[in-house]
Design a protein around this ligand. Structure first.
Ligand code: ASP
Ligand code: MG
Length: 444
């Protein structure tokens, strides 16, 4: 049986012809069979989202202009990627842009918009495949739309994905390199859909889990997950190893390098996930695995755009069933909750999506006074914290000093301390925590 590795290359790793050449070098560096998952060229999905928004607003001239701009970008791209004598690349680009023009010519609907968004990955994989062919490297193009499917809940249908992938791989018993699209899939109605923005990582993990790959490698343009936000804190460094639980916390709370859903399929089948840098392939990057490192603080991350919702009810809170009623409201509107704290008379929780906020508030008002705070950030400290690490909380509070904290959550899991602060204080808090936690013996 072939033992595979799954390698995912993000938008910037395929966003220029020279980058694609580098990807070719990386995937042909050893003989192990590989499934290569590609994103759309960088900027393409954003452009398609913009085109979709103009289309939805009925701005047909804007749509036309935006489509033509993107088309020009692709004409330049293929000019540099393949030789002039190769007409195939232009056929691919023309075919997909014809699709885009046809789709946006009808009236807007969600299914067609999802099909529009899928064009980026369809083009990038076909162009890369053509380039490999021209360069003499044989590879097999796998259609993600026939492999990755969602169930009625909109969640990946693992048994089906597993079956589809096995079957497709068996059809090519001698192939060593498979190329496929990240992000795109079919929903339970059979329509083209996607795994949400940044979802190519998730594709890689679903495919890797489906064939119990040796490793899932996520190739980006940074050298792994950093111990703090490099945009705010100087001298951050890549974290060499993380446990699955730590990585899930970090991916969720701000480390943009990895789609948060990437962790669970890998964790379920115990497949290491490696975060690597296309431009610096020798760098160690970050390895995420089941290996734990008790007592170590690994990283600090922050997530902006958080909204706190407080429900105060002196009558109700002690009554059992109160929290259930509150949670049911969030469930009804499919709004995920991140942090929660309670006191005897009030409960505060945070969300990061205000789409249904008005409806949620209206429904909550039945149970007490409701107050909303916006422009907040969650700062979270991630690691494998052990109870006898007595100085940890002292260091955290020391770093925060007199800065105002809106909420704090400790003990929910031993991998995370979360602090909710006003966003304008974020940089200060990240810097202070960095100084107090990473210049001490707590560093692993
Ligand atoms: N192309 C998609 C996006 O930009 C998926 C991905 O790159 O992971 O969101
Ligand atoms: Mg990404």
């Amino acid at each position: 049986m072939r033992r595979f590795r799954v390698l995912k290359f993000g938008g910037t790793s395929v966003g220029a012809p020279d980058r694609m050449r580098q990807v070719r070098r990386l995937i042909s560096a050893d003989d192990q069979p590989k499934i290569v998952v590609l994103s759309a060229l960088s900027g393409t999905t954003n452009s398609l989202v913009t085109i979709g928004a103009s289309w939805k607003s009925g701005l047909s001239q804007e749509v036309e202009q935006q489509v033509e701009n993107l088309y020009d970008h692709y004409l330049n791209f293929i000019n540099e990627l393949v030789s002039e004598k190769n007409p195939e690349a232009l056929v691919v680009v023309n075919f997909h842009f014809e699709q885009i023009r046809k789709l946006t010519a009808v009236s807007f609907n969600r299914a067609c918009n999802q099909e529009l968004l899928a064009q980026g990955e369809l083009i990038s994989t076909k162009l890369f495949h053509l380039y490999l062919q021209e360069s003499g490297l044989s590879a097999c193009l796998l259609p993600a739309l026939e492999i990755v499917s969602l169930d009625e809940e909109g969640e990946p249908d693992m048994p089906r994905i597993q079956k589809n992938l096995q079957k497709t791989l068996e059809q090519h018993p001698t192939a060593q390199i498979f190329i496929t699209q990240g992000f795109i899939c079919r929903n339970y109605l059979g329509e083209i859909d996607n795994l949400k923005r940044g979802g190519s990582d998730y594709t890689a993990s679903l495919l890797g889990a489906s064939i119990q790959a040796d490793a899932i490698e996520i190739w980006t343009d940074i050298d792994g997950m950093h111990n703090n936000d490099p945009r705010v804190v100087p001298n951050t460094f890549p974290i060499e190893s993380l446990s699955f639980d730590e990585a899930a916390e970090l991916a969720y709370f701000g480390a943009k390098i990895l789609h948060p859903n990437t962790i669970w399929p890998a964790q379920r089948f115990n497949i290491p996930v490696k975060l690597l840098n296309t431009m610096q392939p020798q760098a160690k990057g970050t390895v995420i695995s089941s290996k734990k490192n008790p007592g170590s603080i690994k990283a600090i991350a922050a997530k902006d755009g958080i909204i706190a919702v407080k429900i105060k009810s002196s009558r109700m809170l002690l009554a059992y069933g109160f929290l259930r009623k509150i949670f049911e409201i969030f469930e009804q509107f499919k709004v995920p909750i991140d942090m929660i704290t309670t006191s005897e008379v009030a409960v505060s929780l945070t969300i990061d999506d205000d789409e249904h906020l008005d409806q949620v508030v209206l429904a909550l008002k039945e149970y007490g006074e409701v107050a909303i705070d916006e422009e907040l950030s969650i700062v979270c400290i991630v690691g494998d914290m052990v109870v006898d690490q007595k100085d940890l909380l002292a260091k955290v509070f020391d770093a925060i000093g007199d800065k105002s904290i809106r909420m704090i959550s400790y003990g929910g899991s031993k991998n995370n301390i979360s602090i909710l602060i006003p966003t304008p204080l974020k940089s200060e808090v990240l810097l202070a925590l960095n100084a107090s936690l990473f210049t001490s013996k707590l560093v692993s």
